[in-house]
Ligand binder design. Structure first.
Ligand SMILES: Nc1ncnc2c1ncn2[C@@H]1O[C@H](COP(=O)(O)OP(=O)(O)OP(=O)(O)O)[C@@H](O)[C@H]1O
Length: 248
């Protein structure tokens, strides 16, 4: 089954530097994530958010502790980073479907799914456009569709909307939730924005400053689907205030 959940036990990460003391980036991280959850990670700059994301994604290994996946042995991952790199000579459709080409899985089912995702992301009319003809927000949408195109059960997102203006960002948050609702991926999302974390997540992991430890995992009990009404609600403000006080 295309599912993944994972459990991190006592994860630690030390970077050994050539000309200065070692950096203890993560310490004693314990975490259980269920299939289909939307989890955000927030915390002060340099507290190890990206390191934790990379370790969970298998792009980096922990210095100590264990990470156990269940559901799939080696779960495939989709990645979206702050600066999405699209191939400038390929159009939207070709960029979004590039993983399918590389993996040689351009089946009818996958191509139909790609079409649906482009539609969901509001890109149906731009399939033949080149990256230089797109706005920053549209490029990020292409990179999200690309990450979802091969149906990886786990999506890792590192500040994917960090470079965008607030209005576009709010818009993309809503679109991302619509796609997530349809695809039921497990999402791990790093952000500097408390409001973004609250708006999107089932749970927000709050980290301490370096060495990064988990200060608290906050359940965000706001009704779904979330929309502009959510942002205007008192509960939304309360969660933001709670999280802000915890980080300060
Ligand atoms: N490859 C590396 N080699 C050495 N030190 C590193 C490496 N990657 C990260 N670090 C250090 O580990 C710590 C955590 O970095 P990381 O990028 O995970 O933090 P972050 O919370 O994502 O930061 P930010 O919020 O500023 O993006 C920092 O002190 C950083 O300098």
């Amino acid at each position: 089954m295309n599912e993944v959940s994972f459990s991190a036990k006592n994860i630690g990460k030390i970077y050994h530097n050539l000309l200065k003391d070692d950096t203890v980036a993560l310490q004693n991280i314990n975490l259980d994530i269920k299939n289909g959850e939307f989890i955000s990670i927030i915390g002060p700059s340099g507290c190890g958010k990206s390191t934790l994301l990379r370790i969970i994604g298998g792009l980096d290994s922990p210095t100590s502790g264990t990470l156990t996946y269940s559901g799939e042995e080696n779960p495939e991952l989709g990645f979206v980073f702050q600066d999405s790199v699209l191939l400038p000579w390929k159009n939207v459709e070709e960029n979004a479907g590039f993983p399918l080409k590389i993996k040689k899985i351009e089946t009818k089912k996958n191509m139909d799914n790609l079409d649906n995702l482009l539609e969901l992301a509001g890109l149906a009319d731009f399939k033949k456009s080149l990256p230089r003809e797109l706005s920053g927000g549209m490029k990020q949408r292409v990179s999200i569709v690309r990450a979802l195109s091969y149906d990886a059960p786990l999506l890792l997102m590192d500040e994917p909307f960090g470079a965008l203006d607030a209005i576009t960002r709010d818009h993309l948050n809503i679109e991302l939730l619509k796609i997530w609702d349809k695809t039921k991926k497990t999402v791990l999302f790093v952000t500097h924005s408390i409001e973004e974390a609250t708006f999107l997540s089932d749970k927000v992991i709050v980290m301490t400053s370096r060495p990064g430890q988990i200060k608290e995992i906050v359940d965000i009990d706001l009704p779904r689907p979330r929309n502009e009404e959510t942002r205007n609600s008192t509960d939304f403000s309360k969660y933001n205030q709670y999280l802000r006080e915890m980080i300060e």
